[in-house]
Design a protein around this ligand. Structure first.
Ligand code: SF4
Length: 508
């Protein structure tokens, strides 16, 4: 009997990261498929970054020649189905490629899955002629049903599709039992030898019990937290560690929700580790981190990302973010005491926050001296509460990915721009060492908040976008003048000789 092909495609710009989405779908299909004449092919495409602006830094961009080359290579394999895994960052490039493939061979059924397609299903199906089916929520079972072709399409749960120009929304599926989902690593779908230098993503759970208004990882089948069996997680880790991969990223926003489970996984990682880096997201604002867990988290090979997002009560309430400040601070003191590596994350432009609140976030975060402090402008992702209630919070935003906001009821477009500028300048100082000693010393000697000093420098014209316009001599001249003025304003003229030396040695 003739083999039938189905191809799974994922487009990314991240050079050294293995995203398991399409391999997971393939692993599931291979395990349960009955028609062994169906062959599932995978194509992970690494595209160039978009050069539009920093907001689009992770967005793939294809030239017409590249679309043609990739599209032809897929069509040449004569697939009956081509399925794409979509996220906010790759949906536009995905649609370009899907359109090209459909033009070459209109008989190919184009399927889109993933977070971006799920919450935009109706819009995508009505706007994009090339898309035939959107898989909603978890893709494993609907994809299997579609490629097997045994069930009439109107009975396949968890999909939306086009039929004679009409959009049909079939009922959602029940959530998957994660004990039935095979690991794409353990069944050998990813060539670790070829990809050793990459970061490998592993799923330890799916879904989230929290309801943050900007997040789409808590909707439909993802509203409930489900855990992969700890034995499976340990086996995946052991496999990756045995193969000495460069880094492992754990996809789980609440890795530490079950303290003992987290400890068990980390003990195993630490015991078997041989120079692999582990990247984890943990919650530090909702519950206490035990000392035992803290000790494990403080391993030099582990880096933690801790989402704080906002500090102001009004903002946290609007955002529906659980936030216990005393617990958060206690956890950060513990992590600092144990010398853990971590990043604190914030969002610029959450409704309720003003420019002043962003300054306050930076000052507070700085007081803990984490390895990194990341602030990112709010995006209104499809399916989120903020998308549904944007009007209520005075939110206007770009209607295409990355859906970045333009303003909210509490932040004008001008304030947003100011906050972003402050963030970029702060990042430059904090991460690259630009004026680091000078700014730190001003902060300590004059007891000025760090954000005020950065703000003063920006007001003097010292901004990342203008830095390259100055030669070193003019830049030092400008900074010297500004620092002198700050000292004068604070009646600290006598400190000038100290700063004069610092500035000269501080410009990288
Ligand atoms: S932001 Fe994190 S904690 Fe909040 S709903 Fe999303 S995944 Fe859950």
């Amino acid at each position: 009997m003739k083999t039938k092909n189905a191809t799974l495609v994922y487009i990314s710009t991240i050079e050294k990261e293995i995203h398991p989405a399409i391999y997971g779908i393939k692993a599931y299909a291979l395990k349960y498929i009955q028609d062994k004449n169906i062959q599932i092919l995978t194509k992970s495409i690494r595209a160039k970054h978009s050069t539009q602006s920093s907001r689009y830094a992770l967005y793939p961009s294809f030239s017409p020649q590249e679309v043609q080359k990739i599209g032809m290579s897929i069509v040449r394999q004569h697939p009956i189905y081509v399925g794409f895994s979509t996220y906010v960052w790759n949906v536009e490039a995905t649609l370009l490629l899907a359109q090209y493939i459909k033009n070459l061979d209109p008989n190919i059924t184009i399927i889109l899955g993933g977070a971006e397609a799920t919450y935009n299903a109706k819009k995508i199906l009505s706007k994009e002629k090339c898309v035939d089916v959107v898989v909603l929520d978890e893709g494993e079972l609907p994809f299997l049903d579609l490629i097997e072709g045994k069930k009439p399409i109107q009975t396949i749960q968890g999909i939306m599709y086009k039929n004679k120009g009409k959009i049909i929304h079939n009922p959602h599926r029940n959530i998957l039992d994660l004990t039935t989902v095979p690991s794409s690593y353990l069944v050998g779908l990813i060539d670790l030898k070829k990809e050793k230098k990459s970061a490998f993503i592993i799923e330890t759970s799916r879904g989230c019990p929290f309801k943050c208004a900007y997040c789409s990882y808590n909707i439909n089948n993802y509203a409930k937290l489900r855990l992969f069996p700890v034995e499976r997680v340990e086996k995946e880790l052991a496999y990756l560690l045995r193969n000495k991969v460069n880094a492992i990223h754990v996809v789980d926003d609440n890795f530490n929700i079950y303290d003992l489970r987290a400890q068990r996984i980390l003990k195993m990682f630490i015991k078997d580790n041989n120079n692999t880096h582990l990247e984890l997201f943990i919650r530090a604002d909702a519950w206490q981190i035990s000392e035992q867990l803290g000790n494990l988290l403080a391993n030099p090979y582990i880096h933690l990302t801790i989402g704080v997002q906002a500090l102001k009560k009004e903002t946290l309430k609007i955002t529906q973010r659980i936030h216990k400040r005393h617990i958060l601070e206690q956890n950060l003191y513990l992590l600092n005491q144990l010398k853990a590596n971590y990043t604190l994350q914030f969002i610029i432009g959450l409704p309720g926050d003003t420019y002043k609140d962003i300054k306050n976030d930076i000052n507070w975060a700085y007081s803990f001296h984490p390895q990194y402090i990341h602030l990112q402008t709010l995006r209104i992702n499809p399916g989120t509460l903020f998308e549904r209630e944007a009007h209520k919070f005075g939110i206007t935003y770009e209607k295409k990915p990355p859906y970045v906001i333009n303003k909210t009821y509490s932040m004008t477009a001008k304030d947003l721009k100011k906050s972003e500028e402050l963030n970029i300048m702060f990042k430059l100082f904090y991460e690259t060492g630009f004026l680091k000693k000078t700014i730190n010393q001003l902060h300590l000697n004059l007891s000025l908040p760090i954000s005020n000093i950065i703000e003063e420098l920006i007001l003097a014209g010292i901004k990342p976008v203008t830095l390259f316009m100055f030669d070193k001599k003019s830049l030092i001249f400008l900074i010297r003048n500004k620092i002198k003025k700050i000292l004068l304003k604070n009646n600290q003229k006598k400190q000038w000789p100290l700063f004069e030396v610092l500035i000269n040695t501080d410009i990288i």
